[in-house]
Write a protein that binds this ligand. Structure first.
Ligand code: EPU
Length: 424
């Protein structure tokens, strides 16, 4: 017995879709919320399985979690325990590694199983480790675990240069450094909006972090952190996914609760290939794109923010099958993130991958097929392709989609899509 998503494609979409809180913020905000001793209330929490896995981890730590409503979590660490994280939930998501920084910061030690997550090619955490070591931590690997230990007199601020501006390493080091004595400077820090979101939460709790959104983050250690109330920023990758869905299939669609500046690399690329859209306050409006309009081919290269996000190249590839000519997508972040191409080819696309570049020849009409979501954003690409395709598409391994898309079937149904979950 397996649950799949079935899509009857070819139906035009219309209406308004509201974007949920950012997954990649949420998965760091939840571990960050335990750094203090008081309640943290977080609004805009998406209903995704990564959040469920993080709540399991919080419960292992004795943290009380209350769901006030669908989108609001209250995290109460007042009775939290200093225990190792050895349960299966650690391996359900990659972001469980944020407990390394949070627990090392809070207790001066952390013992945790190796994290899981989507396979996108090699995903080392050497920069996180390098940062913890620079703060004075000793790292060892007993069994399949990682043990991080601060010296007896605690972590000390340090100057850390990240060889790659890694999102995860920036957030993890920032969390470890909030209680370190003195000043920590992270050079070549990542500038993604999610980092600003985590630093904003920590500052509301009493941390002293400056420079967020720039490539130099300065963290002055403090002695205590308190509770606060925080609203998560909108998910720019979910927003991009719906904008792509609109570009592919909508007569008139509004995507609301977005920060258009976070999406400039994507929306300007869409305009370049011929998609008509406007930015109005917190809304992107996609309209006036005739079903048979041929789009112009383009070349995309993924980059760290504010460049073209790697998480969007996979769903964008589905739309590129509609372009008239040869497009290319070059990965600079995860050079093996191309498993979606073989799946799209099963639906009639004409793509081939050479090195870290996918070439897409269009236009190719797509047809329904049985395909597999090999990872989260491959899943998004297949949903877009399924909506565009003639006939029924059956998507397997939807657990990957459930990790990151809040109420996907419900949101698309409300827009007029014929999509359902089915146990086969
Ligand atoms: N890297 C290293 N060493 C490290 C850390 C990273 O070599 O210690 C390399 C990675 O292999 C990669 C590059 O640096 O080539 C950037 O990785 P980064 O650390 O920025 O990625 P991440 O923090 O693991 C987050 C998102 C990903 C998103 C990337 C890039 C979360 C939970 N995940 O991952 O999101 O693709 O940043 O923007 O925030 C997704 O949402 O589908 C997803 C995979």
């Amino acid at each position: 017995m397996e649950e799949v998503i079935k899509i009857e494609g070819g139906v035009r979409l219309n209406g308004t879709v509201r974007i949920s809180g950012s997954k990649n913020s949420t998965v760091a905000l939840i571990p960050a919320a335990v750094l203090g001793t008081e309640k943290v209330t977080i609004y805009g929490v998406p209903q995704i399985s990564d959040v469920e896995a993080l709540i399991e981890l919080l419960e292992e730590l004795g943290v009380k979690v209350t769901r006030v409503d669908e989108e609001t979590l209250v995290i109460d660490p007042s009775e939290m325990m200093d225990v190792p994280l050895l349960g299966d939930a650690v391996q359900k998501l990659r972001a469980s590694y944020y407990f390394m920084g949070a627990l090392l910061g809070k207790y001066g030690k952390c013992m945790i199983k190796s994290p899981g997550g989507c396979y996108l090619g090699p995903r080392p955490i050497d920069l996180h480790i390098k940062g913890f070591e620079a703060l004075g931590a000793k790292i060892s690997y007993p069994g399949d675990c990682t043990l991080l230990q601060a010296p007896k007199d605690g972590l000390k601020g340090a100057r850390i240069f990240l060889d790659i501006s890694s999102v995860g390493a920036t957030i993890n080091i920032m969390m470890a450094a909030v209680y370190a004595k003195g000043r920590t400077i992270i050079d070549n820090a990542a500038r993604e909006p999610e980092i600003i979101d985590i630093a904003t939460l920590l500052n509301k709790m009493g941390a002293r972090i400056h420079g967020m959104g720039t490539s130099t983050l300065v963290i002055d250690g403090v002695e205590e952190l308190k509770g606060c109330v925080h609203e998560i920023i909108p998910d720019r990758i979910e927003a991009a996914t719906y904008i792509l869905i609109a570009a592919a299939m909508a007569d008139d669609m509004k995507i609301t609760n977005v920060i258009p500046q976070h999406l400039e690399a994507i929306t300007s690329k869409l305009e370049e290939i011929g998609i008509n859209l406007t930015r109005e306050g917190d809304t992107i409006h996609v309209f006036g794109n005739e079903p048979d309009k041929l789009l112009k081919p383009t070349d995309i290269t993924t980059k760290a923010y504010p460049g073209f996000a790697t998480d969007v190249q996979q769903p964008f590839t589905a739309l590129l099958t509609k372009t008239d000519g040869c497009s290319s997508v070059t990965e600079q972040i995860y050079v093996e993130r191309f498993k979606h191409c073989a799946e799209l080819n099963q639906m009639g696309a004409n793509t081939f991958v050479k090195g870290a570049t996918a070439y897409i020849s269009g236009p190719t009409p797509l047809h329904g097929a049985s395909v597999t979501a090999t990872d989260l954003r491959c899943g998004a690409a297949l949903v877009i392709a399924g909506l565009m395709a003639d006939g029924v598409t059956e998507i397997h391994e939807i657990k990957h989609i459930d990790r990151g898309y809040d109420k996907l079937v419900e949101k698309l149904t409300a827009l007029g899509a014929r999509i359902r979950r089915e146990v086969i």
